[in-house]
Design a protein around this ligand. Structure first.
Ligand SMILES: NC(=O)c1ccc[n+]([C@@H]2O[C@H](COP(=O)([O-])OP(=O)(O)OC[C@H]3O[C@@H](n4cnc5c(N)ncnc54)[C@H](OP(=O)(O)O)[C@@H]3O)[C@@H](O)[C@H]2O)c1
Length: 299
């Protein structure tokens, strides 16, 4: 967990924060970091960021000092089937949010993704590696990064990966649904990434705000896993150890999008300013535990 100095940690709580996508996984976790008087935000259906005027109106009404832009179309395969819609929401939507942030003089924190890299490089990607997306979602997020940084001088781009948390759908939920339905489970062994708890990411973003740093930051939980290894860990923690997972390869698992084989990010810039995230293996049991009804913890 990022360490916080008692003296330094007071002022970020006093900032006015505006979160787009406030009811999504990360938005939900971030909103809890501030008191109700200091946080507001927008989401569908009341504010569609692909429309300029409602976005500007929502941000102007809140007059925040920091805008944390989480809203996005995160269905990677959906984006591959409809790249124009992906671009309209993720890239043009970010342009609207950035213009709104600039209009009120707010700092902008944009959430981006490991999918700005094609995953061909054999080692984890650092902030200095050149992006080169392999699918329309990745391109839309890269366009978002460029537009945000061009419009707002005080801008942080935060790239993360494989999020799990409450308030949205994710790989962990999907694996548990399949296990409960007794459907056959086939999971790929050759897609590697860093599973990341939204609670830990929210803490790290808080520390980033506290640091006043700007630029590009990779923020993922420590350690990497294949989709297969993550699925196995989820099932074991949730009491489904007997459930069999058939290992498979990306090549025999057709998808609309091309996922990066190597989705691993290295948090070099964050480490340089003292922000560290714990291993995903420590974060996952907490999340799985929070999904179990009280008194029925998996053995
Ligand atoms: N999920 C991941 O594994 C992952 C990995 C790396 C980076 N990221 C990035 O991290 C950020 C947060 O991800 P997340 O997992 O918290 O996403 P999420 O749970 O899907 O939340 C995104 C929120 O944005 C909303 N939204 C979608 N289209 C919108 C629009 N046109 N106008 C306004 N709001 C809209 C969604 O509403 P609906 O639910 O109604 O569509 C949802 O509430 C995103 O920018 C994402 O690209 C995510």
């Amino acid at each position: 967990m990022p360490t916080r100095c008692a003296l330094r940690c007071v002022w970020p709580f006093k900032l006015q924060i505006f979160i787009t996508g406030i009811r999504g996984q990360l938005g939900t976790a971030l909103a809890k970091r501030w008191s109700a008087a200091h946080v507001s935000g927008c989401d569908l259906p009341e504010c569609d960021i692909s429309q300029l005027q409602p976005t500007i109106d929502a941000v102007l009404a809140a007059r925040p000092q920091v805008v944390i832009h989480c809203a996005a179309w995160t269905d990677v395969d959906g984006c591959a089937r409809d790249p124009l819609r992906a671009y309209q929401i993720n890239a043009i939507g970010t342009q609207h949010v950035a213009l709104a942030a600039r209009a009120v003089g707010a700092r902008l924190i944009l959430l981006s993704s490991n999918e700005v890299f094609d995953g061909v490089q054999p080692a984890p990607y650092s902030e200095l590696d050149a992006p080169c997306p392999a699918n329309p979602y990745g391109w839309s997020k890269l366009a978002a990064e460029w537009t945000a940084q061009h419009i707002v001088d005080d801008c942080c781009v935060v790239r993360s990966s494989w999020l799990f948390g409450h308030g949205g759908r994710n790989f962990v939920h999907r694996i548990l649904e399949l296990a409960r339905s007794a459907a056959p489970l086939r999971v790929v062994t050759d897609e590697i990434g860093a599973p990341t708890a939204v609670e830990d990411l929210a803490d790290a973003i808080f520390s980033l705000i506290e640091s006043r740093a700007h630029g590009i930051f990779h923020l993922v939980n420590a350690g990497f896993a294949s989709r297969y290894e993550l699925a196995r860990a989820v099932l074991d923690l949730a009491g489904h150890s007997a459930t069999v997972i058939e290992p498979t390869l990306l090549a025999s698992y057709p998808r609309a999008s091309t996922p990066p084989r190597n989705g691993c990010l290295r948090n070099s810039a964050a480490a340089a300013i003292g922000i560290q995230l714990r291993p995903w293996q420590d974060a996952l049991p907490e999340f799985i535990g929070s999904l179990q009804p009280a008194g029925s913890a998996a053995r």
